[in-house]
Design a protein around this ligand. Structure first.
Ligand code: PEP
Length: 254
């Protein structure tokens, strides 16, 4: 059985004081968690203080992006080794906000994923369709295209080390959640694709998170489904009580 993985994507929110308070509160609240993996992805300047605040917990640290080069004249970018040096073991790549606002493409996502895997980070690779694409019944072709390009050139041993996040763009930050059935349908489609591209055993190993307005009210229904291996949580990850309830649903179903 795949244990659940709940990741909080703080996006460009929080400051030093608020982030430490949130981690301290959740450290107490989630002390009982044993099976569900819990990952916090704060903005770059908060990675180290958050790492320090989570010592003596099972929490893990992730970044929201990284560049594929090792070092050099790339103002504003951070490398995989920099992330590793502050204690990250996960990195979100290909988030739809990065694709939309910062012109990331399947090609650049692929380069980032390649570098992250080489460095020993676990990428959380985001894929998902727009509302327009869903309404014109293109969901499957869009997902297939993204998955094929984002994972191009990767062997089975690479893919074992990554997490996929199915994030329908129409559900991100909108309060509109995919129903568990809608999410499961796409998760099964992704698993079938993995099986065709690699093999069935691998398809059963890779964890696929759902992301898009997950909150304390819908987490149990979503995470109660065996094909949904966790959640990538934006807005609700900024509120300790909400996030704690989502992790509780993850632990219950792990
Ligand atoms: C996200 O940022 O990946 C996300 C799913 O955001 P929200 O939970 O706010 O929809």
């Amino acid at each position: 059985m795949r244990n659940k993985i709940i990741a909080g994507n703080w996006k460009m929110n929080m400051d030093l004081t608020g982030s430490i308070e949130l981690i301290e509160e959740l450290s107490i609240e989630l002390k009982y968690v044993q099976k569900c993996d819990v990952v916090f992805c704060p903005p770059f300047p908060l990675l180290l203080p958050v790492k320090e605040a989570m010592k003596n917990t099972r929490f893990e640290l992730g970044a929201q992006n990284m560049f594929w080069e090792d070092k050099g004249a790339y103002t504003g970018e951070v490398s995989a080794n920099m992330l590793l040096s502050v204690g990250c073991n996960y990195v979100i790549l290909g988030h739809s906000e990065r694709r939309k606002y910062f012109n990331e493409t399947n090609e650049t996502v692929n380069k980032r994923v390649q570098k992250a895997l080489l460095a020993g980070l676990k990428p959380i690779v985001c894929i998902g369709e727009t509302l327009e694409e869903r309404e014109s019944e293109q969901t499957r072709s869009v997902i297939e295209n993204q998955l094929k390009y984002d994972l191009q050139g990767f062997c089975r041993d690479d893919v074992v080390n990554l997490i996929l996040a199915y994030e329908p763009i129409w559900a991100i930050g909108t309060g509109k959640t995919a129903t568990p059935d809608q999410a499961v349908e796409v998760h099964q489609f992704i698993r079938d694709l993995l099986s065709k591209l690699y093999d069935e055993e691998l398809a059963q190993i890779v964890r696929i998170q759902y992301g898009g307005s997950v909150n304390n009210a819908n987490a149990r229904d979503l995470l109660g489904r065996s094909d949904i291996d966790g959640a990538l949580v934006g807005g609700a990850s900024l509120k300790a009580q909400q996030f704690a309830k989502i992790v509780e649903a993850g632990e219950l179903n792990s």
